[in-house]
Design a protein around this ligand. Sequence first.
Ligand code: C2E
Ligand code: MG
Ligand code: MG
Ligand code: MG
Length: 292
Amino acid sequence: QAKRLGRNTYQFFTPDLNEKVRHHLALRNELQRAIEEGQFELHYQPQVHGPSARIIGFEALLRWKHPERGYVSPADFIGVAENTGQIVPISDWVLATACRDSLRLNELGLGQYVMSVNVSPLQFQRNCFLPDLLEVLTNTGLDPSLLELELTENILMGNTETVIETLREIRSHGIGIAIDDFGTGFSSLSYLKYLPITKIKIDRSFIQEVISDHRDAAITHGITSIANQLQLQVVAEGVETQAQYAYLQKHLCESFQGYLFARPMPLKELADFLGEHHQAQALDRERREGGR
Ligand code: C2E
Ligand code: MG
Ligand code: MG
Ligand code: MG
């Protein structure tokens, strides 16, 4: 049929395009429903300081509990939500929920930790981003220094003047700024010199084969070295094996996030996890003091 219509028509491509548009529209409708019916959840993944074996914070990771399909990964819907603008109400919910849950852990006597929240480009570009953020902090009562925003390099490459101004203001309130997926964007290193960031997260793609691929090792080593010299915190993402962990520690990376330590988990499970963590630390202290 496409042939009969001649080669200069679009007909040849429409089935595929239609399929994409249909999928996009369906997803948009389902997302709308998810927003209205509150089908989202946050799971939290600990970040660990190796030498002291202490938990330093958590990353809030969005989960969509679809009524028929079960948990849907953010990788499968964040892009569409970003295109439709639905990321805005979703992000508002994420921020408020993460702050509330962080306070909840504190109220349960489980400690104070830094809560990291992923920020989408669209969200960051909005004029009301910072005022809204400050309002959430005021409303929840969370100490701003216990909040950290995770931004990707592409967010920082935009309108530089405005970006710097916004970041400075964020920092002036004591909120931390982490560069997520560091090393995967096409940005220059010079922004490390003039942007007021506090943490670099080395992308999982460098960590995966850090032991077997000398190029990944070289890049990882370079990133930790730059971070240390610039006095930025550095976290290795996606650490899955004991061997990766040992290797990274030897190469001056002190903080980690990955399945080796803990998977992202719902708040309830996190509370249990923290309870056990505290017990283990107390036992450890006792043992050390007893041995003296
Ligand atoms: P990200 O911010 O780089 O988050 C880290 C991802 O790595 C998470 O995937 C986490 O579950 C996964 N991960 C952690 N440790 C390991 C490991 O040891 N091995 C492996 N294979 N994976 C590990 P997740 O939760 O599927 O999130 C994917 C991406 O979706 C995130 O990447 C982030 O870019 C985005 N995202 C998640 N939540 C939000 C959100 O609330 N807002 C926005 N704007 N984006 C979000
Ligand atoms: Mg992140
Ligand atoms: Mg990341
Ligand atoms: Mg990522």
